[in-house]
Ligand binder design. Sequence first.
Ligand SMILES: Nc1ncnc2c1ncn2[C@@H]1O[C@H](COP(=O)(O)OP(=O)(O)O)[C@@H](O)[C@H]1O
Ligand SMILES: O=C(O)[C@H](O)[C@@H](O)[C@H](O)[C@H](O)COP(=O)(O)O
Length: 236
Amino acid sequence: MTGEPSTRHIVVMGVSGAGKTTVARGIAARTGLAFAEADEFHSEANVARMRAGIPLDDDDRWPWLQALADWMTARHREGVSTVLTCSALKRSYRDLLRQGPPGVFFVHLHGPTEVIRERMSVRTHEYMPPSLLNSQTATLEPLWPDEPGIVIDLRSTSEALVDEAVRRLGLPVPDESPAAPAATEVPADAEAVAVTEVVVDAEVVAVTEVVAVTEVVVDAEVVAVAEERPDLSGRA
Ligand SMILES: Nc1ncnc2c1ncn2[C@@H]1O[C@H](COP(=O)(O)OP(=O)(O)O)[C@@H](O)[C@H]1O
Ligand SMILES: O=C(O)[C@H](O)[C@@H](O)[C@H](O)[C@H](O)COP(=O)(O)O
């Protein structure tokens, strides 16, 4: 036993415009993990380069990546798990991030450059011009097989992406209030193979084959009780 707290550190990675901020914020909101945005750790010199449309090089990125690793390490020492956005485009950059705390895990948002370009064209960003997307995709090294991480296709709604990440990472979701009862529900003990007809306010809302329906409850009212096949002969 080292006495070190057990924490997890999720890095949402991918090129600029892939949806890192959106998804990482969603994961943080859902799970309560501490959130940080790598954009906010860049030096003024780095920001000035990007604003001028000049891609960062390795030397520009090392101190930035070190600051991000240090942020995760500091949270780890406090016993706090995190979710961080970071392009983390190269294996060597991810190696540096992994030198921070134990338990660093990557979520790569991956998809067609044209989809990302379209998203960048309609967003406003403080300093990152869409013209830098080409250099980002050229620099990107996908996760290697030995790197702890998952790849998610970014062509879904942001909500679906958050769902998928939370599920595949097995992240605990604290204190979810129980779902409100559905307006229409069939009791668990109903033996219905299928509902024959359920008439609500004189409208046929379902027509199928039935073996036996015990009760169908609509808006808390029992509207059908049938133990045998109903007579449908009078149906229009
Ligand atoms: N799943 C999504 N579907 C459609 N648009 C998205 C999705 N995720 C993010 N966006 C939009 O795409 C743009 C880039 O997303 P953002 O989260 O800022 O990406 P990144 O942090 O990787 O640069 C934003 O305008 C954002 O609202
Ligand atoms: O490594 C890099 O070149 C930068 O980190 C870059 O990847 C990052 O994308 C910008 O800071 C813009 O931020 P967004 O990725 O959030 O657009």
